[in-house]
Design a protein around this ligand. Structure first.
Ligand SMILES: Nc1ncnc2c1ncn2[C@@H]1O[C@H](COP(=O)(O)OP(=O)(O)OP(=O)(O)O)[C@@H](O)[C@H]1O
Length: 367
């Protein structure tokens, strides 16, 4: 399983930059999600790793081997990788078994070995009982599992997944995500998944790279991005977070002091005294009837998982909506008091973003 490294990768289409300064260092056996809004460059980066696009600048390495650079290009078929797309691209006239077996035909294996590999693969994606069906006789989820089996049967060192679940309903998506996790652990293959769905990324990835406008904003373990976002964009994008403009009155040893309501609040963060963003998640807010850190007006509520998911607009503090979970229904426009019980403070000035985009992630076993 290769360690995948990119150094200062850049790519333009017709003079328009779509990837800039992409620095990634992905340990072997990791499961990376490339996450970001539509058009931010996720698929282009995946296609560069696959060898379907050439970088204009920078270098791609698998372990110590240069795979792509201005004067180097290793062909896709020599990169030992598999790819699964949103459209499954199965052979319509072949059975499930035939589709998976076809991938193995270029390998010098005996008929018996090939059959054993295909049987094992079909069993591991739960398709053994459908082996003789053709793609049009399968559901979307089953077709996606054939596509997955077809890639994994080659035992690639690296599996690239481009929005593979986009055509599936929510129930099937959850099942397939569990399947990805299981196959990732069982095979030790390095997975790279393109998605614009943060819940999908959080559900499977050991690492997430959040992209915006052709750049990596932050890369790290899901929990790092959730608890310590480096920018307001990451704070809002991960874990349904929100940001509140605040004034930091003091900062020391990674703790920031904020004046909120009539209280001083100490929270972890990277901001210096001055304007900052307080990054919040639902669990960081608590309803209070006493003196409150902030007051907010209820906009809407919906009943979810036995509680009321409540969206509020803070009074006199920016335009970002905040969300919290309440145990009771309250009428819209009710003004409530909220205490802040947690959060993470970052500088307001984007130029002072606390983390560079190059992060070397720790080596460890993800199986
Ligand atoms: N072959 C191409 N020629 C010209 N422009 C392209 C080409 N491929 C991608 N682009 C442009 O590059 C930008 C990044 O596209 P890309 O497909 O990488 O984004 P994405 O983050 O995967 O988006 P989505 O989530 O919508 O699939 C977009 O503005 C897109 O229009």
């Amino acid at each position: 399983m290769p360690r995948v490294q990119t150094r200062a990768i850049g790519k333009s289409f017709a003079g328009t930059p779509v990837l800039q300064d992409i620095d990634l260092d992905l340990p072997q056996g990791a499961f990376l999600a490339l996450l970001g809004p539509s058009g931010c460059g996720k698929t282009t980066l995946l296609r560069l790793i696959a060898g379907l696009e050439l970088p204009d600048a920078g270098e791609l390495r698998f372990d110590d081997r240069v795979i792509a650079a201005p004067d180097v290009f290793v062909a896709p078929e020599a990169r030992d990788l598999g790819m699964v797309f949103q459209s499954y691209a199965l052979w319509p006239s072949m059975t499930v078994r035939g589709n998976v077996d076809f991938a193995l035909k270029t390998q010098r294996l005996s008929r018996a070995d090939r059959q054993a590999r295909v049987d094992q693969m079909l069993a591991s994606v739960g398709l053994a009982h459908l082996a003789e069906r053709r793609p049009h006789e399968l559901s979307g989820g089953q077709r996606q599992r054939v596509a997955l089996a077809r890639s994994l049967v080659l035992r690639p060192a690296l599996l690239l997944l481009d929005e593979p679940l986009a055509n599936l309903d929510a129930h099937l998506r959850h099942r397939m995500l569990a399947e990805f996790r299981r196959l990732h652990a069982a095979t030790g293959t390095t997975f790279v998944l393109v998605t614009h769905d943060q819940d999908e990324a959080m559900a499977v990835a050991t690492h997430i790279a959040v992209m915006e406008a052709g750049r990596i904003q932050q890369v790290g373990a899901p929990e790092d991005l959730y608890r310590r976002p480096a920018s307001p964009m990451v704070a809002r994008f991960i874990g349904h977070g929100a940001t509140l403009p605040v004034q930091v009155t003091a900062a020391r040893d990674g703790q920031c002091t904020l004046r909120m309501g009539d209280a001083d609040l100490s929270l972890p963060g990277t901001a210096a005294p001055g304007p900052g963003w307080l990054c919040l998640h639902r669990e960081d807010l608590r309803l209070t009837t006493g003196p409150a850190h902030l007051r907010a007006e209820i906009l809407s509520q919906s009943f979810q998982h036995g509680r009321y998911l409540t969206h509020v607009l803070p009074q006199g503090a920016g335009v970002d909506l905040l969300s919290l979970s309440l145990d009771r229904a309250l009428p819209p426009q009710t003004v409530i008091g909220l205490d802040v019980t947690g959060g993470w403070v970052i500088p307001r000035d984007g130029a002072a973003a606390p983390q560079p985009s190059t992060v070397t992630l720790p080596e460890r076993s993800y199986a």
